[in-house]
Structures are given as C-alpha cells and as structure tokens.
Design a protein around this ligand. Sequence first.
Ligand SMILES: Cc1ncc(COP(=O)(O)O)c(C=O)c1O
Length: 395
Amino acid sequence: MNSSSQKISAVMRNYGDPKLEFIAGKGSYLTSTSGEKYLDFTTGIAVNSLGHCHPKLVTALQEQSEQLWHSSNLYRISQAESLAKKLIANTFADRVFFCNSGTEAIEAGIKIIRRYFFHTGHQQKNRIIALTSSFHGRTLGALALANNPTQAKGFLHGDGGFDQVEYGNVDELKRTITDKTAGIVIEPIQGEGGIRVAMKDYLAEIKNLCEINDLLLFFDEVQSGVGRSGSLYAYQELGIQPDLLATAKGLGGGIPIGACITTESIAEAMTPGTHGSTFGGNPLAAAAANAVLDEILSPNFLREVKNNSRYLFTKLETLLGQYPNLLRDVNGMGFMVGLGFHEDASEVVKLAEEEKLLLVKAGRNYIRLLPPLNISIAEIDEAIEIIERCLQRCS
Ligand SMILES: Cc1ncc(COP(=O)(O)O)c(C=O)c1O
C-alpha cells in the first residue's frame, strides 16, 4: 500500500482538511452526511445566489441537460448569446466574454486592457494598478495584480506589470500613475480582505483620474455582483461606471461561469484569436446563468433584497449596541455583509457551525454574511438568534 492510499483524502491539502460534508441542499439549508440541517449564510462564498436547488434553476438545468451540454466556441451558442444580451441590457456594457470563474474573468480584463492600448497604438501603456487588501483570484495574473503576500508568497517573479497603491490613498495613486499606466482595478465592495464598501467620493476621484490620464477603470464584481449589493451590480448602487467589469460566483447559482463585460470600443481590440476558453459560456452553464438572471431581474426581486437587507442590518446594529466589547462595526451592502470584531473572528465561525449556522470569515476580524438573495425574514431571525447565542458564549 503506498502512503497516499492510507490518507483520509487524496485531495491536495491547499484547502486544509475540512471534516464537514454536505450531501443535499434545499433553499437556505444544507444537510450534512449525518443528516443535520445547517442554515447557509455562506452560500459557497456568494455563489448559490438563489439558495440550493431552486426549482427554476433545476428545471433549466434538467431541460438543457437533455438537449446539449457542450458544443464549443467554434460554433454559435444561443444560450450564451441570450445571456450576453441580458447582461448588456442591464449594465453599461456592449460586449461579453464568457469564462468559468472569477479569476479567469479578471485575467480576461487584464488582457483586454493591455490589448486595447496595444490595438490603439499605445503599447507603452500596459501597467495596471490595484489597491492593497484586494483579492482578485489565484491565477498568476490575478495574484500579481493584488500582490497580497498571504496568497502570493512563493509564486511571483517580478511585478508582472502591476502596481499596488494603499486603499483610500489618492495622493499615492496620483504619484503611481505614469504614462505607462493603462488601468486601475477595484473591488467596489472588498470581500476577502474584510468587507469594505468604497466611498462614492473615492470612486469618483479614481474615475476622474482615469479620465484625465486615459486609463481604463476595471471593477471586480466577482463577489459583489449579480444582485448581492441590492442592485444587479454594486457600481449601479455607487453611481460610478467602470469601463470593464468582472462577474462570476453568483452568476451561475452554483454552476461555474464567469464573464468580463466591456464597451464596444474597448472590445474591438479583441479580434479573433486574441483570447479564448474551451468551456466559457457553454450551453449548460449559460442555461443556468440565464435562469439565475431571469429570477434576479424579475419584478420586485431586488427590491426584496434591499428590504430584507435593511432588516438584517438593523438586527446586526442592535447586536453591535449590545456587545460593544466584542463587536466593532457592521459593514457592507445588500447581502454582502461584514460583522466586524475587535479580535480574530475564527471562534465565532466555529461556534456558529456548532449551532448549525454556516458563516465565513473575511480578513481576520470580520464574519461575512452571504445568505441566499431570496432568504426569508424568518431565516434571518434564526441566524441572528444563533449569532447572539455565539456572542453570549464569547462574552
Ligand atoms: C472579488 C473577487 N475576485 C476574484 C475572485 C476569484 O474568483 P474564483 O475563485 O471564482 O476564481 C474572488 C473569489 O473569492 C473574489 O472574491
């Protein structure tokens, strides 16, 4: 017997060694292998936007799976065409590139920015600026872009053509922009680094710097997108329009799909052969994403998200008042919510799991609340009661 067959798992240990496993999901709940039900405020890290096994998503997948799963981008894919039309009808964009994940959507955006300046005769403009404590994914380009030592250590050689500027520091940003700068990438709501909504004034200053210096503004809405902010995309809440936007996670509701969307004049640079993806926008994934968007864009859906989010914020702010020794702040927008602690929030995540509520950390001191967008008030109440019990156990 070789050493690997004696181990519990043959999966690489980059995710640690999780013990809990789920075998079924319905709405806002997951069922574990031991048959216990958990209230899911993690949603696969902002992926299951409609909860688990939403009937419309199940039907869309069943119907598509009996027709065609995959053809290739060698051929026209009507499901991807209709998804792209929905995205452009509801955003600033005119063109869509489909891929399979958030980091690929970021890679696509990086390439589009560079290719745009190459195509328009400004090859020297190829450096891209990101902000500190950003997270843009795990491919080499996305790692080098954020250059966060927690994820990048041991992987990067050279700066990859990226600069990082302290979040919120406009003077440093101005100093960093040169005639080689091509674009700026921002998460309008930072996720992994700790939930932080960009101030409108800050975004307006960045937009202005982009206009003055002929730079492209690229929003990473991989986590904040697809209704999570209470609008389809957070930029619509914040009132600042980017030139490119990366979306993924919630778009497929659990089926892997991502996209980079941009305007016609920028997309013109992406002539045939400049980029591609074997699976990107395949009929099965696009059918799922069409069903997700149809639901999220249906009348009243986003209004409900906003109403229920206000309810959640009110409840969390009450807890903030009750537990000032433990809690520092409540942050976020829509259903991308961070509850800030004075200390490391790991213990609360662990206690909540014992109480059958799934939460995920953001940065060191935040717990993230990422419920399904169609969560009910009763389920929010249940989560708040559990969080309160955990806070009592910590005090
Ligand atoms: C803002 C942001 N960008 C990019 C990514 C990378 O997405 P993926 O893990 O799908 O590659 C994530 C994932 O957490 C994210 O939150």
